[in-house]
Design a protein around this ligand. Structure first.
Ligand code: FAD
Length: 537
């Protein structure tokens, strides 16, 4: 097969224009073309009146070798790469101790799945509940203002990304094509096939719930075990090696290999790991607000007369501004046609985030507008000072919101002018259980408020209307990534001071988003498998 890239066609091209473009590019007769598949499809919307679709195609054609020879200088005509996933090991018939995976977010799920596929029968421990029960608990906060600290948007089967937009793209380097393995497993579990080729795939929260159950089923059928309401309270170490874990129930499980995929919100577990002497360091993250606009405004600004085109879907955006106080402000986790969600995992704190359904057809677009912060400047006190920093502003948001889990909010026009908001305008916020209008000036450190005030009018130059008076800000957005890194060795992926412990995914500082967390899970599964095999001799 040949891989043809950069095949550009107009947005409204007819289906037969694709094979015609292949014949033209390769200079072959129609009878030579045996077939083709779309490997990827993206768009170029820089010219709103002339939006182009950009294809990468895998082409089955006569005389492939001669064509490769003819196009050897053309980087857009190459052999189709072999991206098939290959397992690195097969478990021996008898295993003295089973590997443990902590967490069932995308990282833990993929670590568990790939270990199970290799025959290692992992035990997967999750502090939260199975996804259907967890959904009820999550709605408990969104509808009744009741938080379950072990079962919520952050904790429970599927991890933090379950109630999300399900965006599945990432900028990580992926020379081994692990991302493709993640997407293929998602399709097997019920995701739409288009995620395999569209440039910015997403799944939406409704489908994710079902997919997570199918993946759990697969792991169980392969001999793995997934245990809910099983919070790991202690990790045991002896002479710099993991020896096992104790659960909150008091149960002790011995293990030589523990994958630690606990996400960025497991603050009690971070503290426990620190107390046990596991090496970690503070790392940068970002803080800010969520912003909501009418989705139609974003569609018009991005796609002009093509707004609403079914191939383009609801438009997204990505914005960055380097403020004059030295801080960078950028859009984060943009959710087209979605809703802002209550995302705290701790009582008496308020945290925002965003989610959507597959259709992305809610009236508002939302995104985090966040400011980068770093341990050297903003929370230098100790390794977990970033957690203290997050807690401080999340508690302040709870106070400003009226102490009942409503989020504090303000209209963009009032925020820029520095006066409290009293009434909503044309944009109704989507956050439940509610938004309490106030002045957000004290909701974040002064440098962040100043930087965001400066950035919003600048963003308006890229997305016309972005700085509209009635757009709504809610806060606070503090769980953008982990405040710590649990350092691991680059080769073995084991903790730098605890053999047998494999820090993984977003919580350990090695992923940011569903796809990259899944990819890291696969890497960790491989590292665990290879370590078990080498210890078996
Ligand atoms: P997590 O998904 O956080 O999973 C960690 C798991 O470990 C949790 O289930 C937790 O309960 C469990 N756990 C923690 N401590 C313990 C313990 N002591 N014992 C047992 N279990 C424990 N990313 C995207 O790419 N696209 C999106 O559209 C997107 N939208 C998002 C929307 C929302 C509302 C949120 C909150 C996040 C979103 N993200 C999105 C981010 C994404 O969810 C995370 O990057 C990803 O889930 C990280 O995966 P992970 O497996 O490393 O950790």
């Amino acid at each position: 097969m040949l891989r043809l890239s950069e095949i550009k066609l107009p947005l409204n091209h007819a289906p037969e224009e694709l094979p015609t473009a292949i014949l033209k590019k390769l200079g072959v007769a129609a009878s030579d073309l045996r077939g083709y598949t779309i490997a990827s499809r993206s768009y170029d919307a820089r010219k709103k009146h002339n939006i182009l679709l950009i294809y990468t195609l895998d082409v089955d054609v006569e005389n492939e070798a001669a064509l490769l020879q003819r196009f050897h200088d053309d980087r857009n005509v190459k052999p189709t790469p072999d991206t098939e996933y290959k397992f690195v090991a097969q478990a021996p018939a008898s295993l003295s101790k089973r590997p443990i995976v902590i967490g069932t977010g995308p990282c833990g799920l993929f670590a568990g799945l790939v270990l199970a596929q290799m025959g290692f029968k992992p035990i997967i421990l999750e502090r939260g509940k199975a996804v259907r029960e967890r959904t009820k608990d999550t709605w408990g906060l969104w509808r009744k203002r009741v938080l379950n600290p072990d079962s919520n948007v952050q904790f429970g089967e599927g991890g933090a990304g379950t109630f999300s937009d399900g965006k599945l793209y990432s900028q990580i380097k992926d020379p081994k094509h692990y991302g493709e393995k993640v997407l293929k497993e998602f399709v097997l579990a019920g995701a739409p096939e288009e995620i395999l080729y569209v440039s910015k795939p997403h799944i939406g929260t409704f489908r994710l719930v079902g997919m997570v159950e199918v993946m759990r089923d697969t792991i169980t059928k392969l001999g793995g075990e997934v245990r809910f309401s099983s919070r790991v309270e202690t990790l045991h170490r002896e002479n710099g090696r993991v020896t096992g874990v104790t659960l909150a129930s008091g149960e002790h499980i011995e293990a030589d290999h523990v994958a630690l995929a606990i996400g960025h919100s497991a603050r009690d577990t971070f503290q426990m790991l620190r107390d046990q002497g596991v090496f970690m360091e503070a790392k940068p993250f970002s803080i800010g607000f969520r912003i909501e606009h009418p989705q139609s405004l974003i569609d018009r600004a991005r796609f002009g007369p093509n707004a609403g085109h079914p191939i383009l879907g609801a438009a997204d955006y990505k914005l960055v501004h380097h403020a004059s106080n030295g801080r960078s402000v950028y859009s984060f986790c943009m959710c087209p046609g979605g809703t802002v969600v209550a995302a705290t995992s701790e009582p008496e704190r308020v945290v925002t985030n965003g989610m959507s359904q597959y259709s992305r057809n809610e009236r508002n677009a939302n995104a985090g507008i966040v400011v980068g912060i770093s341990p050297e400047v903003d929370y230098p006190e100790h390794v977990l000072a970033g957690v203290d920093f997050q807690r401080k502003w999340e508690s302040q948001a709870f106070e400003l919101g009226g102490r009942n889990y409503s989020a504090p909010g303000q209209l963009v026009g009032d925020f820029i002018a520095g006066r409290a908001s009293t009434d909503f305008g044309s944009v109704q916020p989507s956050y439940t259980p509610g938004v309490h209008l106030t002045d957000l000036a004290t909701a974040l450190p002064e440098f962040a408020i100043t930087a965001i005030r400066e950035a919003l009018p600048v963003f308006d130059k890229t997305i016309k209307g972005f700085g509209m008076h009635d757009a709504v800000l809610t806060g606070v957005e503090t769980r953008t990534s982990s405040p710590i890194r649990i350092k691991r060795d680059n080769e073995t992926l084991q903790s730098i001071n605890t053999q047998g412990l494999f820090p993984a995914g977003e919580g350990a500082g090695y992923a940011g988003g569903i796809l990259s967390a899944g990819v890291d899970g696969i890497k960790i599964a491989e590292a665990v498998a290879l370590s078990i095999m080498s210890r078996q001799g």
